[in-house]
Write a protein that binds this ligand. Sequence first.
Ligand SMILES: Cc1ncc(COP(=O)(O)O)c(C=O)c1O
Length: 440
Amino acid sequence: MNNCLAIDGGEPAVPRGTIMPGHPATAIDEELVLRSLRSTSHAWGENCESLQREWAAWNGNTHCIAVNSGTAALHMCLAACGVGAGDEVITPAYSWTSSASCVLHQNAIPVFVDVDPRTANIDPLKIEAAITPRTRALIAVHLHGVPADMDPILKIAARRNLLVIEDACQAHGALYRGRKVGTLGHCAGFSLNQNKMFSAGEGGLFVSDDFGRVERARSLVLFGDFRKPLDDDYHWYGMGWQYRYNELCAAYARAQLPRLDSYIDRARALFAVLRDELTEVPGLRIPVEPEYSRENGYNFVCHVEPCEVGYQGPANFLREAVVRALQAEGVPASVWQRRILPEFAAIAARNAYGKGSPWKEHHSPVRYDPAQFPNALYHSATYFIIGDLRMPNTEDTARLIAAGIKKVFAELPRIDIDALAKDADVSLYERGWRTHSADH
Ligand SMILES: Cc1ncc(COP(=O)(O)O)c(C=O)c1O
């Protein structure tokens, strides 16, 4: 292969048009969505009801409530667990904002715990130190489709009388010791948002096996009106939102559900090719699949290791430069979230409901110093993901992608990292710390 990098005018390793959009719509999808479109019911109806039953059966849960986002499903998890003002909830320092905002939605206080550098999931060894008499629940996020290490998490929770919420928004079909995520804790939320392994454009699925929790969750769905099905008397019983799902998206989700296992199998097969091809690339750390899990193939999460390539500048400059060079090669590399949760203004400036609430009313101080979370900081500055590796893409495409990655890493010593990083179309902020290895 020509090793002149595409950023220097060389041929891209992955020619344009090679990577196909993932999970294209089929005739069945079109038929179910059209049937729904031509019906008279586009809000709640038979597709939503059936999706609930079908997802619960597919995932092995007793109950499911279909809602309009994963964020809504997570908020419902907090309500289901009876979390309210004055409570603290433990959540990982690195995740999507919803893994912390769902706590604030219930007027409770998020308490962060650093992540395991191997998986970027919450580090069970660091949970105990974050528990206080006010801790009521903890959220285990199965980030990038890799299950959090649930056995130690569940043990701590049982010993300390805490409820466990699974944020399974990215992890449909992932297994922990042979069990599907969403069946391990007390309740869970999945997302059906665009680009998820199981997507209907938008949507969410709340699951739990406890009827009381399901009813508490349901109370949020429709304006605080949680009447029994045959009761026509509208009433407003408590704070409620409008989280109800809709028929068109539910029809699209139902049409795809029978294909979800094949989506996962294909993504995992493409991950296997990347793993085979990318062992021993200096400077590149590829993801390990923890021995206790079967990931669902959502994102292939790599790291650029500054120490291995002798780069002395800020770790995130190196990462941005590498991603820029990879993208020029046609490799579907990207960075998902560049900051850790305690760095976001909503948390750092305690800017949730305004006027310092709900922290102002909280009885004990909570620290949000990013330096408390070195593994999360290191992860957020050094990782990049290979996404879009979905059906109908083939092993040959995965090999081309791997070739593009090897090409860029081979040329790394000759790249002007700082210039390329500054040229990248991202807001580049130098980390307060220089390159260092996290404790892994
Ligand atoms: C880990 C995680 N939690 C929660 C969510 C929220 O899901 P939604 O976008 O459907 O609200 C997402 C969405 O990307 C996510 O990645």
